[in-house]
Write a protein that binds this ligand. Structure first.
Ligand SMILES: NC(=O)c1ccc[n+]([C@@H]2O[C@H](COP(=O)([O-])OP(=O)(O)OC[C@H]3O[C@@H](n4cnc5c(N)ncnc54)[C@H](O)[C@@H]3O)[C@@H](O)[C@H]2O)c1
Length: 302
């Protein structure tokens, strides 16, 4: 296992990859970044430079990021490699097989998949003891959490090193003990989204109302009061009483909502088509993106 983690290799220079590279470079690591799409690779440093300027972070950090168009060269000297390529299992499996051919024996290998079990991504590797998941949130330089997911094969030392690496880089890593689809964060998030969609599907309220209810009520508290803290705060006995009445009525479909399937079939894809659950003009999209960014920046500085 790598004793000192100095060089970080990032595979994929998209939305997540460039942001993860930025965090490690700002923490003082030398970072290589690889992407087969030249436009993505070429824009990585420009995007990082703009982010650093926007956040008031050390502009010199970008000089520690080296974009490389050759995967072998990008991982050869890395102590730690994190993959942030498209969310596609066969692609990720191919990428890790390729990484394993070129990387140092002691390097730790991580996938930033959103929901794919790490076991499925890493099962074909020769050495699975150094492979794990690190699930970041977008944007990586503003959202603190990183879920660190081990498989049945992952060495405890690899998990410990990865947690220490992310802590030293200013992140808030948590250890997920079992490798389940969606890990912890996306399971919780999509349990809420399933019920949100069901409320609209069954005509209980419209999409705007769902979002207003959350943002103007428990959403206000969520950043400082998690659901299990909240359950203790109101009392587990009250929580039990509420669950006896409400849980039998909640959505429990084992797959996606037909309402969501219909939106996609109709080409109502959200921002990218101008309409999804709601209609979105260009100005409304820009305003919402700016509002989220502003909120996250304020939370970081708080
Ligand atoms: N976007 C999010 O909010 C978010 C959050 C957490 C995790 N993730 C996960 O992070 C990963 C990347 O997501 P993203 O949003 O950055 O996607 P993205 O589309 O912005 O970037 C993916 C990049 O991978 C590159 N790529 C394609 N094939 C490659 C290969 N063989 N080797 C190296 N790079 C290759 C693409 O050219 C692209 O630049 C996905 O697994 C995604 O599920 C995304």
């Amino acid at each position: 296992m790598a004793q000192e983690i100095k060089n970080v290799g990032v595979l994929g220079a998209g939305l997540m990859g460039h942001g993860i590279a930025q965090v490690f470079a700002l923490a003082g690591h030398d970072v290589t970044i690889y992407d087969p799409v030249m436009a993505a690779l070429d824009s990585a440093k420009t995007r990082i430079r703009a982010n650093l300027a926007d956040l008031g972070d050390d502009p010199a950090a970008v000089e520690r990021v080296r974009p490389l168009a050759d995967l072998a060269a990008a991982v050869r000297d890395a102590d730690y490699v994190v993959e942030a390529v498209l969310e596609d299992l066969p692609l990720k499996q191919r990428v890790f097989a390729e990484i394993e051919r070129h990387v140092r024996p002691a390097a730790i290998l991580a996938s930033n998949t959103s929901v794919i079990p790490i076991t499925a991504i890493m099962e074909g590797l020769r050495d699975r003891s150094r492979a794990l998941g690190t699930h970041w949130w977008n944007p990586p330089y503003l959202v603190p959490l990183v879920e660190v997911i081990g498989t049945q094969w992952t060495a405890q030392a690899a998990i410990d090193w990865t947690i220490a690496l992310h802590q030293a880089a200013g992140k808030m890593p948590v250890h997920v003990r079992k490798d389940v689809p969606g890990f912890v964060g996306n399971r919780l998030q999509h349990a809420l989204w399933r019920e949100a969609i069901a409320l609209v599907e069954h005509g209980i309220c419209d999409a705007e109302t769902v979002d207003t209810v959350i943002k103007a009520s428990f959403g206000r508290r969520l950043a400082v009061l998690g659901p299990l803290e909240n359950a203790d705060l109101v009392g587990t006995d009250l929580t039990l009483a509420i669950h006896k009445t409400v849980l039998p009525d909640l959505e429990r479909r084992g797959g996606p909502s037909p309402y969501l399937e219909a939106l996609v079939a109709q080409g109502r894809l959200g921002f990218k088509s101008g309409a999804g659950f709601r209609e979105w003009s260009g100005e409304q999209q820009a305003a919402l993106r700016a509002k989220v960014l502003q909120h996250l920046k304020k939370a970081r500085d708080a």
